[in-house]
Each structure stands twice: as structure tokens, then as C-alpha cells.
Design a protein around this ligand. Structure first.
Ligand code: 5HC
Ligand code: ZN
Length: 161
């Protein structure tokens, strides 16, 4: 056996796989979102998933989607993309790529642009019709942030832990 393996993970499978696995940490009962930030030379810089800020207990803050706004998750949850940006303590994210399992909202788009992230690879775009995502794309387009949909290869990755 002196030939290299041919069925190794591609860069995109690897980074989207890491983003998706990060999303598996989320306690959100409806949407588990994961993000992975990668340098221009394919080094993983940071990861994140959607959850409440430090000190805001999952047992005390609400995961509800509907009802009085103070009793839904939306005021409290930090999105995976923002968590990934904030989790990075190493300096600049200028020129980095973001792999994310769900298209970024307008608030995360602002943080992505201001952090200097230049490319977004996303998997799902289930909220494409919402004002938050339409506004997000408007800002990303204006700022010259490139985004493209991840091409699923259908590969099943099974890890026994
Ligand atoms: N890009 C995103 N990244 C995220 O981390 N989220 C989080 C916020 C919520 O915890 C959840 C969306 O909840 P739901 O409305 O699908 O039940 O995903 C949401 C979006 C959508 O723009
Ligand atoms: Zn967001």
C-alpha cells in the first residue's frame, strides 16, 4: 500500500462537517446551527453554535418560538456565527471564510462584514424569504462578501464517541 487514500474528506466536507458537528452542541429544540471560521490557507480559527450567553442558564431562559417576546428565545440567543466570531481571540479575521449550516441573518451579516470575513459557505437557506435574510444579502452584496451554497456530496460521516 504505497498510494494515498482517495476517499479522504474534501476541504469543504471537512469544514462544513465541523460546522454541523458544532451545531450538535446546541440546546435549541428547533434549529441547531453551527459555524466554523477558516483562514485563507485552510486553518480552522474558530467555531460556534447557537445558545444563550454565558451565565444565562438553559434551564431559566426560554426556548419558545412564540408568545410574548420576553418569553421567547429570540431576545436572548446568540447566533452560531456571532459566537464563532466572538470565540476567536487570536486577532484578525480579515480575509477568513465562514462555513455555516444556516444562512446568516442581518445582525450576523453586520458582524461578518465588520470582522473582515470575505466568504460565506452556507448549507440551508430556509429563511431566505424573511426580511432578515433579504437585508443580510443586501449588506453582504454591498460589502463585497461572497456567499455560495455548499454542495452536499451525500457522504455519511459516522463517528463513534
Ligand atoms: N443564521 C442563523 N444562525 C443561528 O444561530 N440562528 C439561531 C437562532 C435560534 O436559536 C435558531 C433559529 O430558531 P428558529 O426560528 O428556526 O426556531 O437558530 C438562526 C439563524 C437564522 O438566520
Ligand atoms: Zn444571526
Amino acid at each position: 500500500m504505497n498510494h494515498k487514500r482517495t476517499d479522504y474528506l474534501s476541504w469543504d466536507e471537512y469544514f462544513m462537517g465541523v460546522a454541523m458537528m458544532s451545531g450538535m452542541r446546541s440546546k435549541d429544540p428547533n434549529s441547531q446551527v453551527g459555524a466554523c471560521i477558516v483562514s485563507e490557507d485552510n486553518k480552522i480559527l474558530s467555531m460556534g453554535y447557537n445558545g444563550f450567553p454565558k451565565g444565562c442558564s438553559d434551564d431559566e431562559f426560554p426556548w419558545a418560538r412564540e408568545g410574548d417576546s420576553l418569553h421567547t428565545k429570540y431576545f436572548y440567543v446568540t447566533h452560531s456565527e456571532l459566537n464563532a466570531i466572538l470565540n476567536y481571540r487570536g486577532g484578525s479575521l480579515e480575509g477568513a471564510k465562514l462555513y455555516v449550516s444556516l444562512f446568516p441573518c442581518n445582525e450576523c451579516a453586520k458582524a461578518i462584514i465588520q470582522a473582515g470575513i470575505k466568504t460565506i459557505v452556507y448549507d440551508c437557506d430556509k429563511y431566505a424569504h424573511t426580511p432578515a435574510v433579504i437585508a443580510s444579502k443586501r449588506m453582504l452584496d454591498a460589502a463585497g462578501v461572497r456567499y455560495y451554497k455548499y454542495n452536499r456530496t451525500g457522504r455519511k460521516i459516522t463517528i463513534e464517541v
